[in-house]
Design a protein around this ligand. Structure first.
Ligand code: CAA
Length: 418
């Protein structure tokens, strides 16, 4: 076991509470809220009452300070019952992380205790219609006007939109700057000109709203700019995603385990040719493969989360991307195989497994597509390969690489970014 995976008693206690809530309020209602596309307020209140929103908030701001590994464990338990509810929970961390990584002391004191108590829910507004993977290509603007910023434009795919009270909104504050173009600004629900317009009709995670958020000359005080100075938004967004991706990965592990648990119970009960289908080796092979992949994903997630908790800064970005990419691909594969185990019934909405399949797809897309995760991983590998240069002695002299300022020059693409 890797030394960065240390489960505190608190993490175990929080995960146990999450399991109880999942059994009592989440799993029994999952089908209903999926059909209705409504938020499970009862479960969210139970999560707040159990203090689970405190998990990721530092102690000095009213949280448990239990860290990202504990957050992953809690998310996994909730997602095992309903992947949609898993993200409804985890997105509060995603929306809070910009304040945590970039906010001033005053801003942390202002917003984090309310989030910790579960009084205020949070959303993260980065993506736009024309800026998804290219997170730097935003168009929403925030212009200075006296002591205020005035925000104009539209955000797309705001998860928790409408439910959330606090929105971390990424805006262009300096269109002429290349590296300091973007800033993160907090907009609170009810601010004039800020509206939720289109509530998306989704394939999965239907119990959590995903909406368009519109900003029509939304005026907020400059004190809502996250951090001391403008232009830090892209960095804050990237650091946020590094912290949050293990959460999506944990959601994926929960979803995979939830689907696998149903598949094995079903395989024991479904008789064909005079025997339970679990006695057939081809079904056993599927179940065994599903179990191995889920377990491998789980430990990759714990390892990434543990690396963050231990402050292993140089490892965090790559580890988080690997966990997110691997675990979410696993969730899709396992959910697909679980449907296969259920056969014709798996395709029908009477059975819970179709929902696992529908819910799994978004995991490979949001918080950075799995193609983007592979870009992040490869860029880190290329940079780290400088430390492996001693191996070049074993490689024929025709293959040459030159490093300049930490980047490797390649013939086909020019400079590969670190
Ligand atoms: N931490 C800190 N800084 C970072 C960083 C990191 N992890 N990654 C990059 N940066 C910095 C770089 O050092 C660089 O700084 P300088 O300008 O000072 O040199 C700057 O950011 C630009 O970096 P890149 O040149 O690498 O940026 P890029 O334009 O090539 O983009 C990317 C990189 C990885 C593709 C990035 O755009 C990305 O992650 N895209 C995916 C966006 C995403 O995940 N969206 C999800 C939306 S949220 C969502 O889905 C939530 C939901 O609904 C639940």
């Amino acid at each position: 076991m890797r030394e960065n995976i240390v489960f505190s008693d608190l993490a175990k206690e929080l995960a146990a509470k999450a399991r109880e809530i999942a059994d009592k309020y989440v799993r029994p209602a999952a089908k209903k809220y999926d059909r209705l596309q409504e938020y499970n307020w009862e479960a969210a209140r139970a999560v707040a009452d159990a203090g689970l929103f405190r998990t990721f908030i530092p102690v000095e701001y009213g949280g448990h300070g239990a860290g990202i590994l504990a957050l992953a464990c809690v998310t996994e338990e909730l997602a095992k019952a309903d992947s949609g509810f898993g993200v409804a929970f985890a997105v509060n961390a995603l929306g809070s992380f910009p304040i945590l990584v970039g906010g001033t002391e005053e801003q942390k004191q202002r917003w984090l205790p309310q989030i910790a108590r579960g009084e205020k829910f949070v959303a993260f507004c980065l993506s736009e219609k024309f800026a998804g993977s290219d997170a730097g290509g935003l168009a929403v603007t925030a212009e200075e006007d006296g002591d205020d910023y005035v925000i104009c434009g539209e955000k797309k795919w705001t998860t928790n939109g409408g439910v959330a009270d606090i929105y971390s909104v990424f805006c262009v504050t300096d269109a002429n700057s290349k590296s300091r173009r973007i800033s993160a600004i907090v907009v609170e629900k009810g601010t004039p000109g800020f509206t939720v317009k289109k509530v998306e009709d989704k394939m999965g995670i239907r119990c959590v709203p995903v909406v368009e958020t519109h900003f029509d000359n939304v005026r907020v005080p400059k004190s809502n700019l996250i951090g001391e100075r403008p232009g830090m938004g892209f960095k804050h967004a990237m650091e946020t995603l590094d912290l949050a991706r293990p959460g999506v990965a944990a959601q994926a592990v929960g979803a995979a385990q939830g689907a696998l648990d149903l598949a094995v119970v079903y395989a024991n009960r479904r008789n064909q040719f005079g025997a339970p289908i679990s006695s057939f080796q081809m079904v056993q092979q599927m179940l065994a493969n599903m179990a191995m992949k889920t377990e491998a994903a789980r430990w990759l997630v714990y390892s990434a989360a543990g690396a963050i908790d231990q402050g292993q800064k140089n490892k965090v970005s790559k580890q988080a991307a690997m966990a997110k990419c691997f675990a979410t691909d696993v969730a899709m594969e396992v959910a697909t195989d679980a449907v296969q185990v259920f056969g014709g019934y798996g395709f029908m909405e009477d059975y819970p497994i179709a929902k696992f399949f529908r819910d799994a797809k978004i995991l490979q897309i949001y918080e950075g597509t799995n193609q983007i995760q592979r870009v992040v991983i490869a860029r880190h590998m290329i940079r780290e390969a400088m430390e492996l240069e001693h191996l070049a002695a074993f490689i024929p002299h025709e293959s040459q690489a030159t490093y300049k300022n930490g980047a490797m020059k390649t013939a086909s693409t020019g400079s590969a970014k670190p």
